[in-house]
Write a protein that binds this ligand. Structure first.
Ligand code: ADP
Ligand code: MG
Length: 318
């Protein structure tokens, strides 16, 4: 007999408390949470819809991981330390194998970042996962999109384009041809929490790359009222991406593909040299350009300007 709603919640989403700041977790009408004195609460929410953000045949573990990862990436982009999550889960049926895999993917990532699941909702419907992630940052130290200034240096963490390539491979449904590294980058993003924290009080602006590097850089530039120059030959491209797709497609995926969940950030040119080693201890970082006055983004390859389509992903674009 399939499990009912409350058995599902009890079996898959109720676990022993792991944080002293959860006064009341799953089980009552709402959670009671103790925000540490002198900290600012940081809240983010993101939804994943089957067929739009994950393929119907995606491993359920990857969906559980990714639904939390994209939210932790938003917290990372604010410089926040993650603490708690709420999970609203809509599933077409009480398919225990799917929910079991989903919950294992979710809990593994939550444990890795010390995040406690403190509540949620479980309903029947199309497969849609909404998570709310909550964390803390010391007052005044949150990273914002709006502080970049002309002359600042532009950086991106990790490598870009891999997740778009992984999606392409998953769509082709050819397991033999699938490069495990690229597929993993598409299904199991690594939120850059340590880097975000290291950037507190240091970065002039930051955003996570979820909708394509140029699209998200455009958002940062608009929020800051600045322009940017990107040197395309500096884009950090993985060997797996270059070997699997070639230089031209790799560059296109790096600029316009989504779901990399890397951090794009700016440092003042004077502060950059001293802080770079500390940041690089968290994960690789690469200077890819500079911030200027005015508006817009210009791309150069080996000194020559290259026209680029700058549109990022827009769910409601015609
Ligand atoms: P209510 O009807 O008051 O909204 P529910 O019966 O929906 O409460 O949920 C019971 C408890 O289980 C609540 O504490 C809720 O936060 C929690 N909960 C429900 N679904 C989930 C889930 N998918 N993950 C974590 N907690 C959940
Ligand atoms: Mg409810």
């Amino acid at each position: 007999m399939p499990l009912g709603e409350f058995e599902l919640i009890a079996r898959y989403f109720t676990r022993p408390g792991r944080r002293g700041d959860v006064l009341l977790g799953v089980g009552d009408d709402a959670a009671l949470l103790d925000v540490p004195a002198g900290q600012t609460l940081v809240a983010a929410t993101d939804t994943l819809v089957e067929g739009r953000h994950f393929l119907a045949d995606a491993p359920p573990q990857s969906v559980g991981h990714q639904a939390l990862a994209v939210n932790l990436s938003d917290l990372a982009a604010m410089g926040a330390q993650p603490a708690w999550a709420l999970l609203a889960l809509s599933v077409p049926d009480a398919d225990e194998a799917w929910i079991d895999g989903f919950s294992r993917g979710f809990h593994a990532l939550a444990d890795a970042f010390g995040v406690e699941l403190v509540g949620g909702d479980t309903v029947r419907g199309a497969r849609i996962v909404t998570i709310q992630a909550l964390g803390f940052v010391p007052p005044g130290e949150a990273l914002k999109r709006s502080g970049a200034r002309p002359g600042d240096v532009l950086y991106v963490s990790g490598t870009v384009g891999d997740a778009a390539a992984g999606l392409e491979l998953a769509r082709r449904c050819d397991p033999g041809a699938m490069d495990a590294t690229l597929l993993r980058r598409h299904q199991y993003a690594e939120p850059r929490v340590a880097l975000g924290i290291a950037l507190r009080g240091v970065a002039s602006a930051a955003i996570d790359v979820s909708d394509g590097l140029l699209g998200d850089l455009g958002k940062l530039c608009r929020a800051s009222g600045v322009s940017a120059v990107v040197q395309l030959e500096r884009l950090p491209l993985s060997r797996a991406l270059l070997e699997g797709f070639g230089a031209t497609a790799a560059e296109r995926m790096a600029l316009a593909g989504g779901d990399d969940y890397e951090l794009l950030f700016t440092l003042s040119a004077s502060a950059a040299p001293a802080i770079e080693p500390t940041l690089a201890a968290c994960c690789s970082i690469t200077r890819i350009g500079v911030i200027g006055a005015g508006r817009g983004i210009r791309c150069f390859r080996s000194g020559l300007e290259v026209e680029q389509e700058v549109a990022g992903h827009d769910h409601f674009a015609a």
